[in-house]
Design a protein around this ligand. Structure first.
Ligand SMILES: Cc1ncc(COP(=O)(O)O)c(C=O)c1O
Length: 490
């Protein structure tokens, strides 16, 4: 069970006049630190906490120990692939030859870095089946926006200005409609079948010559593989639109199947998920965008190409998009992803995808006697429960029921990060679980055991669940209040 240190604010530890440094008038050996000129001294005391060095060190060390991360425990966060980030990635990204490289260093002095950039573009092309990649976008949503701008530029280059509508399934990730809106496109929602896949009959009724394209998240946010993709791609192409693939959920398909082969024209990949680079708390990320050969001219600048001289060159075209990020995006994330690809190789990359599917299905099957599974059948890397089964006290919006929030809070008591809750929005009590391929069977079995235990607790002692967590420094903050009244300073 968790029993972590409660840390006060560093300002609460402050004692007037206490200090964590000394500035002696030093005449030691050859070194002389003189007096600071009067005119350089500040007139008012800074409003900083006054603490001694050891108090400060303990304060931050204890706070860091309160952090939960994939290096400290199981993190079954659906739709976010919190997989382990191998340490060799960090070692490579920390190489001084990379970290001390200035982004505007001339090509002739940066051949190694450009080769890495070029090779990663090629590797992603091979993995996805799309011809060309830009690695410049700095996040998944940034990749979506870039990809949609490519689609818009394509239609505009053909004088097809009335194509301003983008079809987005109701099972898509929330960033899809958001990115489309930022791109100035109108969102047309298409529903899902009871099996959780796109309703193709409903889609047919939405097609016309105003459709710029369709965005699909696959596997979708229910963790289900969209089996009708070839038919959907044909329908969209026949009506003159392009197919966009949200590849943030590419993990289960690694080395098994490729969006380019399914009929997609544009996609983004989240390196900070599928390719094991760390993320969380907003970045830094990387959302490379891949396109078919026909759309390559619309990719943003700059590009890295391999010349006939065998050297790597940075090129700028008169692409309609211009640039989407400062130079090459988040380069250190690219180093980590490339290291992951090289260290896994063709041999082990497909294994990652398959194991992530096996692990998710194993948990689902072991727990479906306790938790409500709205869509049964084979899932990919993640799946969704709709809260506890009624016989275990489950139910929505009723003080007498045990909700998904209660279960998530109780998991914290057992030392687990909660899964994604209340997303996707298709069910009242969604709880989205993604174990990833990096967890051992022992860890997964322990998690299953705890989830069963929580179900039994819910049946016997609802109050225990309603009051959870019982062993964390902070228990149930009012998160809606916190979001509406964000206060970032003391
Ligand atoms: C399916 C899907 N698409 C897009 C995104 C957006 O990626 P990012 O958070 O890097 O902007 C996410 C991230 O959670 C996702 O899960």
């Amino acid at each position: 069970m968790n029993n972590k240190y409660y840390s006060p604010l560093v300002f609460e530890l402050s004692k007037p006049g206490r200090s964590g440094y000394s500035l002696p008038k030093n005449h030691w050996g050859e070194h002389h630190i003189g007096d600071i000129n009067e005119n350089l001294l500040r007139q008012n005391k800074p409003e900083l906490p006054e603490v001694d060095e050891l108090t400060l060190v303990r304060h931050y060390t204890n706070m860091s120990n309160n952090n939960f991360g994939v290096d400290t425990g199981f993190y079954p966060l659906g739709s976010c692939t919190m997989k382990y980030n191998p340490k060799i990635n960090e070692e490579m990204a920390a190489l001084p030859a990379f970290t001390s490289l200035h982004p505007t260093t001339p090509e002739c002095l940066t051949q190694g870095a450009l080769e890495l950039y070029y090779n990663l573009q090629r590797a992603l092309s091979e993995i996805s089946g799309l011809s060309e990649f830009t690695l410049n976008p700095c996040a998944g949503a940034h990749g979506e926006l870039t990809g949609l701008m490519v689609i818009r530029a394509y239609h505009q280059s053909r004088g097809d200005h009335k194509r301003t509508k983008i079809i987005v399934p109701n099972s898509a990730h929330g960033t899809n409609p958001a990115s489309a809106a930022v791109c100035g496109l109108q969102i047309v929602e298409v529903g899902s079948t009871p099996q959780g896949t796109v309703d193709v009959e409903a889609l047919k009724g939405l097609l016309n010559d105003e459709v710029a394209g369709m965005m699909m998240t696959n596997p979708n946010t229910l963790g289900i593989f969209e089996t009708q993709i070839p038919q959907i791609a044909q329908l969209i192409h026949e009506c003159g639109g392009l197919m966009y693939y949200d590849g943030a959920n590419l993990n289960p398909m690694l080395g098994v199947c490729r969006p380019g082969d399914m009929g997609f024209d544009v996609m983004h990949i989240n390196l900070h998920k599928t390719f094991s680079t760390p993320h969380g708390g907003g970045g830094p990320g990387s959302g490379p965008v891949g396109v078919t050969a026909a759309l390559a001219e619309f990719l943003p600048n700059p590009k890295v190409v391999k010349g006939e001289d065998g050297l790597f060159h940075i090129t700028y075209s008169d692409s309609a998009l211009g640039s989407v990020s400062p130079l090459f995006g988040n380069f250190s994330v690219l180093v980590r992803a490339y290291t992951y690809i090289l260290s896994m190789g063709r041999e082990y990359i497909p294994m990652a995808g398959k194991l992530s599917v096996l692990n998710a299905n194993y948990i689902k099957e072991q727990l479906k006697a306790y938790y409500k599974l709205p869509i049964d059948g084979l899932c990919k890397h993640e799946f969704v429960f709709d809260g506890l089964l009624e016989e275990y006290g489950g139910g929505a919006h009723d003080a007498d029921k045990v909700t998904t929030l209660d279960i998530a809070k109780r998991l914290l008591d057992y030392g687990y990060h909660a899964p994604t809750i209340y997303f996707p929005l298709l069910f009242h009590e969604s709880m989205m679980i993604e174990p990833t391929e990096t967890e051992s069977k022992e860890t997964i079995d322990q998690f299953i055991e705890v989830m069963r235990k929580i179900a039994l607790e819910a049946k016997d002692d609802k109050a225990l669940l309603h009051g959870a967590p019982h062993h964390t420094p902070i228990r149930r903050p009012d998160d809606v209040f916190a979001v509406k009244n964000a206060k970032f300073t003391f």
